[in-house]
Design a protein around this ligand. Structure first.
Ligand code: AKB
Length: 320
């Protein structure tokens, strides 16, 4: 039986991985932590929850010991756009948070999952079908912390035998929890705006291609990798995982299949555009498919249908 601790459990990824893991392993076996305590979430009531800073190693280790935890999902981090506005804070949270989680994993003998990102690549990386092993010279602070994080996780594996694993997530699109501070946030906001207002002002230019993934696939990627046979893993930190690649104009076209009057305009945010322009258009994810059976379910078409239907239902509108 797995006993799991999640940091950043009330964030975009955390809140949905937490639900999936509690369903799989039982509510009391999945311990949630987050620095925020001000968010109303059923997750805080449905099982153990602690409001702590993930850089507090003593407290984290104590919770791990008290709950007999054997696996840590370290998800607490600042995303790319917000990191670029405060790079020193991003380094502190992203790197010291990860180092703390790895130290706890080492001392308490836990496996550790932590996400890397397409942000770990940079402008000199091949942009199309970006290989698993390639040039990684990111130009954003977020990317710097992601590359350093991948190396640190590999180091803890080789040096201390910590079972560390990770994936390079693309932009994640969810119908439940909104992201915050990311370059790819537009791909979520656009669906809310389409349902609520019928129009959207996009912060990236019309033909900016980026990798994206629907949340159910993102959750399956994390759990699938953590349940994989370690003997089959050649890469560990971190696997490219792709699902779909599109630009804002294409996403708008798919939305128009359901909301014909939907309109999109562009007001480019220079910080986000510069980050997006330094990231790949589309990843190649052969290693993940071969080493642990990665296979996404959703395409832009099926995700758009599901997002719009779910948001319409939730927001109690009925124009689809
Ligand atoms: C971001 O935009 O910062 C994230 C990511 C791709 O890592 N969604």
């Amino acid at each position: 039986m797995k006993r799991i601790l999640i940091t950043g459990a009330l964030g975009q990824l955390g809140s949905e991985i937490a639900v999936a893991l509690r369903k799989r392993y039982g509510n009391t076996n999945v311990v949630l932590t987050d620095i925020r305590d001000d968010i109303n979430s059923d997750l805080k009531e449905s099982g153990p929850f602690y409001s702590i800073d993930c850089r507090n190693g003593e407290k984290l280790a104590e919770i791990v010991r008290n709950h007999d935890v054997d696996t840590i999902y370290h998800l607490a981090a600042l995303l790319s756009a917000v990191s670029e506005l405060n790079p020193q804070k991003a380094w502190d949270i992203n790197m010291n948070g990860l180092l703390t989680a790895l130290e706890v994993a080492r001392s308490e003998h836990c496996a550790l999952f932590t996400p890397s990102s397409i942000g770990a690549f940079g402008p000199t990386t091949p942009r199309d079908y970006t290989p698993q092993d390639t040039i990684q010279r990111p130009t954003s602070m977020y990317g710097v912390t992601k590359v350093a994080g991948e190396l640190l996780c590999d180091y803890y594996h080789h040096k201390y035998d910590v079972d560390s694993r990770g994936v390079r997530y693309p932009g994640i699109i969810s119908n439940l929890t909104q992201p915050g501070g990311g370059t790819t946030d537009y791909a979520v906001e656009i669906y809310y705006a389409a349902v609520e207002k019928g129009s959207y002002e996009c912060p990236l230019s019309d033909n900016t291609y980026l990798d994206m993934m629907y949340m159910p696939d993102a959750v399956n990627a994390a759990i699938g990798l953590m349940e994989a046979d370690p003997a089959a893993l050649r890469h560990r930190n971190a696997f490219n995982v792709g699902a779909m690649s599109f630009c804002p104009e294409e996403q708008a076209a798919y939305i128009r299949k359901h909301i014909p009057d939907f309109s999109i305009t562009y007001r480019v945010d220079p910080v986000k555009q510069a980050i997006a322009d330094s990231w790949p258009n589309i990843l190649e994810d052969y290693a993940a498919r071969v080493e642990w059976g990665w296979k996404p379910q959703y395409t832009l078409e099926t995700m758009t249908e599901d997002m719009l239907n779910t948001l319409q239902r939730r927001l109690k509108l009925s124009t689809i």
